[in-house]
Design a binder for this molecule. Structure first.
Ligand SMILES: Nc1ncnc2c1ncn2[C@@H]1O[C@H](COP(=O)(O)OP(=O)(O)OP(=O)(O)O)[C@@H](O)[C@H]1O
Ligand SMILES: [Mg+2]
Length: 391
């Protein structure tokens, strides 16, 4: 049973594949301290190499910009849609959401978060009920967004209460594997699912590594966008393996709400973390795609790195590629210092500083342009990106 005392949490243990990673504790200043467990220090890995190196220390997070939490744990918290569901769920139990701190919220996430980190002791929450029909889920999401009472809040919470990102979404099983299905927000056009699906196909043609995607049928709109989870792998015997992941925002201890990134930083982060020039090229290709198709919502939570014990860090497949005019028409992440009117030479300048040869960089830019030209909708987006269409 949820009540005020259950969600008041001052100490929490972090687990990865049932191994104790470390302990989180609230400091008197309401900041979060973290220490790796001795066993993890012996044979674990750094869960966030820049700010939480693998050493015996008590790390205390800065008060800003992540409200006293380290980014890698902040990544486990739902934001946007998921947070709204958690807050509604807390309110329905007579708990003031503003009184629930970061550790209480992580305990609510428990073992249901994105990535591989789990939090114990977890707080029991309604996780039993689900809705199968996607049109019904979409209708319930719209009801919740319109601030009306929903009879199915528990089901929505169970299916998407620990998801990241602003838009309504649910974790959904397809053919025994875990997927994410996205639904329109109140500001999105009705065909947003189809647009995201088409853009994902265009991105794959540009040579960008994409997760498997599908456009799931609907009686109400042109379809719902579904993406297979890259933080879950189902083994042939049906067991599910979780993959540790951290967003660029988490690794850099910044907030995706602050547009303070430049692709130079992302490229350097990629090189530092992966030590691989082909991973840097992957980031460069994604940058070119975002510029040329007009995806200006390229904030620091829309880039993620995966950690595999056998191979170390690598860039995740791409996600959240949408037509988005951005804040004031600017990219959230600047290219060669520019948020708009970005030209080929800006992209090539980024490549040059990051050690990608001019020949390779030009080849990538041309491949992305050629693939986008084959996609009718994205041609429009190129015009949008070049400022020739007023959005
Ligand atoms: N295929 C995937 N596998 C695993 N995690 C994913 C996948 N796609 C997205 N995610 C995670 O879910 C989060 C939300 O997804 P996404 O960015 O697509 O949603 P959104 O609501 O449109 O986001 P935004 O708030 O940036 O508009 C991402 O930040 C990422 O952590
Ligand atoms: Mg996103």
């Amino acid at each position: 049973m949820l009540d005020k005392s259950t969600v008041s949490v001052s100490k929490l243990d972090v687990f990865y594949k049932n191994r104790h990673v470390g302990t989180l504790a609230e400091t008197p200043e309401k900041l979060t301290a973290f220490q790796y467990a001795p066993s993890w220090l012996n044979d674990g890995f750094s869960i966030s190499p820049l700010s939480l190196p693998l050493r015996n220390d008590v790390f205390v997070a800065n008060p800003e910009p992540l409200m006293g939490l380290f980014g890698v744990f902040d990544d486990s918290l739902p934001d946007g849609w998921g947070r709204l569901l958690v807050d509604r769920m807390l309110t329905s139990h007579g708990i003031d959401p503003y009184e629930v701190g970061a550790l209480g919220r992580l305990a609510i996430v428990g073992s249901n978060g994105s990535g591989a980190l789990e939090y114990r002791p977890a707080i029991d929450t309604p996780l039993e009920s689900t809705i199968e029909n996607l049109d019904e889920i979409a209708a319930e999401c719209a009801t919740v967004l319109a601030s009306h009472e929903s009879q199915n809040l528990d089901a929505l919470f169970a299916m998407g209460g620990s998801s990241g990102g602003a838009r309504p979404k649910v974790f959904y099983m397809i053919d025994g594997e875990e997927w994410i299905v996205k639904f329109p927000s109140s500001l999105d056009p009705e065909d947003i699912g189809q647009t995201e699906y088409e853009l994902a196909l265009a991105a794959a043609e540009c040579g960008i590594e994409m997760p498997q995607v599908r456009l799931l049928p609907s009686q109400q709109c042109s379809g719902y966008f579904a993406t297979k989870r890259f933080d879950r792998i189902t083994t042939p015997d049906g067991a599910v393996r979780k993959i540790h992941m951290a967003s660029a925002a988490a690794l850099l201890e910044t907030s995706h709400r602050i547009p303070n990134l430049d692709y130079d930083i992302l490229m350097r982060l990629t090189l530092k973390l992966t030590g691989s020039t082909s991973e840097v090229e992957k980031m460069f290709r994604l940058m070119c795609f975002n510029v040329l198709c007009g995806n200006r919502d390229d904030h620091s939570k829309n880039f993620t790195f995966l950690y595999r014990e056998s191979d170390g860090w690598a860039l995740s497949p791409a996600y959240d590629l949408t037509q988005n005019p951005g804040m004031n028409g600017e990219h959230a992440t600047t290219v060669n210092g520019r948020g708009r009117d970005i030209e080929d030479q800006d992209m090539l300048a980024v490549a040059e500083r990051t050690g990608i040869s001019k020949r390779k960089a030009k080849e990538i830019v041309e491949r992305v342009k050629a693939a986008l030209c084959r996609h009718e909708k994205t041609q429009y987006m190129r015009l949008l990106a070049s400022g020739k269409v007023i959005s």
